[in-house]
Design a binder for this molecule. Structure first.
Ligand code: ADP
Ligand code: MG
Length: 486
């Protein structure tokens, strides 16, 4: 098929996307057991009898998970119903020793929310608490006599998850990405999830269907798993759109199934038929009481709500940043928090943002480090910005010093003093240098006097070179004119 026809075909169909996102909650212990949730420890060392699913043990709900569930719900504009409950979702898998997962079926902790992305509202159907499974490590055929086998690590089993289910409201891979990004940013700012897609602390299943434009009913969806980055999410959706259009065009039917995204091959592969809810034999977990969430509890959590991404963008715009810059800053949480502290110490918001977005961003990228990993402190950053805005040093000198501060630390003032970098505002001294430059370039002076006004910049550059960028720019302009027009 030629690309032209693919594009033509795409115009005949509308894409429908709904995302199910699993966010690992950043609690210290598991959702129904006291084991630590810490990542990266020796296998099977965080496995109490509850995690192992021993007979006779009882789950005890971790209140912090509920607090985080409520906080997230409120941040996502959800209603927190007065009652929610926990259900057993039956399936056997070696990384789930109990033979069922504790989840929430028909009475989740959050319902009816939304996220706004670039002027469009994406509905959130529900968000529910559940426990994560362990990890299987497939060893291939390296067992006895070439047999294949797998190992299981149950450290992750029982880690709290909040599954956030969107309405099928997205109509393009761009919208899906924007939704996912805004969700991730929100979860990170409210401190419930670190939002690391690559490491799996935030995982996304993308449900995708296509329908001929004008058709009311949705098409049959495929659910795509294993999308571990924003790029993968977009690529998987794009691939799936073409695959499904192809099927419909050839008169066949899309099957409802779970498919796996293969990032290397850039394709989705059938994994298994999609279970219906009744296959899981959900029933209320008799070991856990229905949970009543009082309105007072909700209010207490609401009172602790930190500033949300949208409010942050507005605040930055009110500082004079462009909407684009405000967004870039908000998307980088560690930089934004650093920035806020510097602004609180009196740094000019626009100048500080310029340094962060240009020199500092370039340094971090080049050195592959985070701002916390550099030697730059908020105090010395604020001090440097203040020296630039007060005119004590030039912008260019500021740009040099910031690199030293990032690499070696120390105070901006001390560096300026030690290296003699402060601005030259002494009229006599500066005029002398202007005169020297003019005397040294008689032919340029001649041309300038004959109307080549642009050469003024040449003289400015020469003086800046002489002074290593330290000449006070306004004063330099004035003095140079005086000397040239003499
Ligand atoms: P399940 O747990 O069986 O996958 P859910 O109802 O919890 O089912 O989630 C289904 C997800 O699929 C939701 O995000 C929903 O918006 C989305 N969805 C439902 N129908 C369609 C469809 N026809 N096309 C695309 N997405 C859909
Ligand atoms: Mg699903």
């Amino acid at each position: 098929m030629s690309t032209a026809t693919i594009e033509e075909l795409r115009k005949k169909y509308e894409v429908v996307i709904g995302l199910e996102v699993h966010a690992q909650l950043k609690t210290k212990s598991k959702i129904f057991a006291c084991d630590s949730t810490e990542f990266g420890n020796e296998q099977n060392t965080q496995v109490s009898p509850v995690t192992l699913g021993m007979p006779g043990v009882l789950p005890v709900l971790n209140k912090e998970c509920v607090n985080m569930g409520i906080l997230t719900g409120l941040a996502l504009n959800c209603t927190i119903p007065q009652y929610c409950k926990f259900d057993r979702k039956q399936y056997f898998y070696p990384d789930l020793p109990k033979g069922y997962q504790i989840s929430q079926y028909d009475q989740p902790i959050c319902v009816n929310g939304h996220i706004d992305i670039g002027g469009k509202r994406i509905g959130i159907t529900r968000a529910h608490l559940e426990e994560d499974a362990g990890k299987l490590v497939h060893m291939g055929s390296s067992g006895i006599a070439g047999s294949s086998y797998s190992l299981v690590d149950l450290n992750r089993a029982g880690t709290p998850l909040l599954e956030i289910v969107s309405e099928p409201d997205m109509r393009s891979s761009d919208e899906a990405r924007a939704y996912m990004e805004e969700l991730r940013t929100t979860l990170r700012y409210i401190g419930v999830c670190d939002g690391n897609l690559e490491e799996g602390s935030m995982r996304c299943d993308a449900n995708i269907s296509v329908r001929p434009i004008g058709q009311k009913e949705f098409g049959t969806r495929a659910e795509i798993k294993n999308v571990n980055s924003f790029r993968a999410l977009q690529r998987a959706i794009e691939y799936e759109i073409d695959r499904q259009i192809d099927i419909v065009e050839s008169g066949e039917e899309v099957v409802q199934e779970t498919r796996l995204w293969d990032d290397n091959q850039g394709i989705t592969k059938s994994m298994r038929g999609k279970e219906d809810a009744h296959d899981y034999r959900y029933f209320p977990d008799p070991d856990l009481m229905p949970l009543e969430i009082s309105r007072q509890w909700v209010e207490e959590i609401a009172a602790k709500m930190p500033e949300l991404p949208q409010q942050r963008r507005q605040r930055y715009i009110s500082y004079g940043l462009t909407p684009y810059d405000a967004n870039v800053l908000v998307e980088q949480m560690d930089i934004a928090l650093f920035y806020d502290k510097a602004v609180n110490l009196g740094a000019d918001p626009k100048v500080a943002n310029n340094f962060l977005m240009k020199e500092i961003a370039a340094f971090l990228k080049e050195e592959k480090v985070t701002i916390e990993e550099t030697k730059l402190t908020v105090e010395s950053f604020a001090e440097l910005i203040n020296m630039v805005t007060s005119g004590a040093i030039s912008n260019n000198i500021g740009k040099q010093i910031i690199i030293t501060l990032l690499k070696e630390g120390g105070s901006a003032k001390a560096i300026v003093e030690k290296q003699g970098l402060s601005v030259i505002s002494d009229e006599g001294a500066l005029k002398e240098i202007c005169q020297k430059v003019v005397d040294a370039n008689p032919s340029q002076v001649e041309l300038y006097k004959n109307g080549r006004d642009k050469l003024f910049g040449f003289f400015v550059g020469q003086v800046m070179k002489e002074t290593k960028g330290r000449a006070n720019p306004q004063l330099l302009n004035k003095l140079l004119k005086e000397v040239l027009d003499k």
